[in-house]
Design a protein around this ligand. Sequence first.
Ligand SMILES: Nc1ncnc2c1ncn2[C@@H]1O[C@H](COP(=O)(O)OP(=O)(O)OP(=O)(O)O)[C@@H](O)[C@H]1O
Ligand SMILES: [Mg+2]
Length: 243
Amino acid sequence: MAEAMIEVQGVAKSYPSGDGMLQVLSAVDLSIDSGERVAVFGASGVGKSTFLHLLGGLDCPDTGSISFRGQRLDDMDEPALAQYRNHEVGFVFQFFQLLPEFTALENVMMPLLIAREHSSDTRERATELLHQVGVKARSHHFPSQLSGGERQRVAIARALVSRPSLVLADEPTGNLDVDTGLRVMKVFEDVQQQCGAAILMATHNAALVERFDKVLEMQPGGSLRPCSPIPRKPVGVQPRSYE
Ligand SMILES: Nc1ncnc2c1ncn2[C@@H]1O[C@H](COP(=O)(O)OP(=O)(O)OP(=O)(O)O)[C@@H](O)[C@H]1O
Ligand SMILES: [Mg+2]
């Protein structure tokens, strides 16, 4: 059997809380193949963002392992982990984390500039992604001059600009109306088709549920189960066109 792109085995994570520890994740198992689309639903505070941060190599589990193409993240040295975070993963943070002193366009270009992978078409690619998510007209605005949903879409463009193998998107449609949410989902799908990326999305957006191969629910105590019943999808909503 072909090796999964991501293999999560027995992952647990707790945080200090007052005098004790708060057990957020326990015994999480998951495998994700190249090109697979996985949605993770779950109540607020259940551990979705925590899980995405672990997958992105931004934090470490207490126990268990996370492997990318057969290599455990905790066996990677710092340069290899930086390579994984910066080249393989595109992360859409729940609270965007745009750089306030740079414009929308500069924020989107930033991963390529940092990786010294910029070329003559860097600006064009960033502009095209801003167009695809419907905020090209705000390219020269600073984050403080953007609405919440516009910031979110800039963060999505930034996560996709380097054509990552794995897109980790933390409630990327949380600030968007239903049809804008469908439009940005289409952008994820386009990038996925272009580069075979896998997508893991934490979401509360039931309108997107049919677009995923696997729909999981994080349980209180932090294990993942197939989602049942599948959240219901509003009908008759079409993405609207921009610009
Ligand atoms: N650095 C931290 N230190 C202590 N507790 C934390 C820390 N980060 C998260 N938590 C706690 O861990 C739990 C899970 O948080 P997490 O952000 O992963 O939830 P979530 O499922 O993403 O929630 P939401 O849907 O509201 O975004 C929460 O109860 C939160 O208070
Ligand atoms: Mg969260």
